[in-house]
Write a protein that binds this ligand. Structure first.
Ligand code: SF4
Ligand code: SF4
Length: 376
């Protein structure tokens, strides 16, 4: 295991046009005032990671995320395509809090849905720009919602570098960050791209991934990634990967948690909407995780709708959360969890029934010390 490069980012300041530079500076200050942790401006063009993106798709490492290939890929191959006419992007990053304990639900999903929270603030940046220049400016906000390679854009806007864990890492605030962009049909002063790679010889994220989903630096195999399997994937969690899921009910923060840049520089969430909901505050040890898994299994559709109103966790349907809960209880559950798992026998979804049988089998073997499939 090596160490990250502790040096300072190389930022070369391009020659500014005084008026444009001043406007961009004031816009940046306004965005920081809204609670963003990093702000920059990029000129739109072909992403530097385009070839790597194409190779990733060709290897099928985007798994079942087919919105990323075909027409979706075509738009992502040039940042000028999603909003024709736009020439620049204001790129913004907001911390969702890297200091709260790691737990069964990934940190990003414990508060309100970031799409809505950030889109509202990106719109405020847009309205500020229009007020300042005194005329309408065509623009479009993106918050993880459109065909844009946002991390590439963030690197181009000087926010940070593409870490070996495939996250955008900022030297000031690590990588527990949401990214958002405002594509504008307006000339702003571009920031200097972030050219340095501050990972150095470190490989902590690759070494720590429990399912081997980072086969090489900056390559994510979504087919093996717990975040993909527990949030996006609509099928069975492959049996061989279920052990690696451990106690993770929704998403995975491991390759962020081990990153020295987060250990040192991760921040609290600035925006109050990202403060974790009560349901998730206890799910960071065995007892709390099992309690939340059982709560997922006992939820009715009405409970689910009420508990997760306005939450990003609704990206996963109730049956998917219940599938995940079975895997987690299979890994960390005890005899006390058998009753709720037995009740899944009547679940309308065959996949949940199959995962519950798997979980019961693993709990029984573990508690009776019976031989069986390998367990972590
Ligand atoms: S999110 Fe988890 S499973 Fe996915 S690459 Fe990172 S450590 Fe591995
Ligand atoms: S943990 Fe991964 S992303 Fe973080 S510095 Fe080390 S190699 Fe880079």
């Amino acid at each position: 295991m090596g160490s990250p490069d502790p040096g300072h980012p190389i930022r070369v300041t391009p020659s500014p046009t005084p008026e444009r530079a001043s406007l961009t500076q004031r816009l940046t200050a306004f965005a920081y005032g809204l609670g963003f942790d990093a702000v920059g401006v990029a000129t739109l063009g072909e992403p530097a990671t385009r070839a790597a993106f194409d190779a990733w798709l060709a290897r099928g490492q985007h798994a079942g995320m087919h919105y990323l290939d075909g027409a979706g890929a075509e738009l992502r191959r040039d940042a000028r395509r999603p909003h024709p006419g736009a020439t620049h992007a204001v790129v913004l990053a907001a911390s969702y809090g890297g200091h709260v304990p790691s737990g069964a639900v990934a940190r990003y999903a414990r508060g309100d849905d970031y799409h809505e929270v950030l889109r509202e603030r990106v719109r405020e940046v847009h309205h500020w720009l229009e007020r300042e220049v005194g005329h309408p400016v065509n623009a479009r906000p993106y918050v993880d919602s459109g065909p844009l390679l946002e991390r590439d854009l963030a690197q181009r806007a000087g926010l940070g570098w593409f870490g070996k864990n495939t996250m955008l890492i900022t030297p000031e605030a690590g990588s527990f960050l949401f990214l958002a962009s405002l594509l504008v049909e307006f000339e702003l002063e571009p920031s200097a791209p972030f050219e340095a790679d501050r990972c150095g010889s470190c490989t902590r994220c690759l070494d720590a991934c429990p399912t081997g989903a980072l086969p090489a630096p900056r390559v994510l195999d979504a087919n093996r990634c717990i975040s993909y399997l527990t949030i996006e994937h609509r099928g069975a969690i492959p049996p061989a990967l279920r052990y690696g899921v451990g106690g993770l009910l929704y998403g995975c923060d491991i390759c962020n948690d081990v990153c020295p840049w987060n250990v040192k520089f991760a921040r609290e969430a600035m925006l109050p909407e990202f403060i974790p909901r009560e349901l998730f505050t206890e799910a960071h040890d065995g007892e709390g995780t099992r309690a939340l898994a059982r709560a997922f299994l006992m939820m009715s559709p009405a409970d689910y709708a009420a508990a997760f109103k306005g939450s990003a966790i609704k990206r996963a349907k109730l049956w998917m959360l219940q599938r995940n809960a079975c895997v987690v209880l299979g890994n960390v559950g005890t005899d006390e969890d058998l009753t709720v798992l037995d009740a899944m026998d009547a679940h309308e979804h065959a996949l949940v029934r199959e995962h519950a049988v798997w979980a019961i089998d693993h709990i029984v073997r573990r508690s009776r010390d019976l031989p069986g499939p390998r367990q972590r």
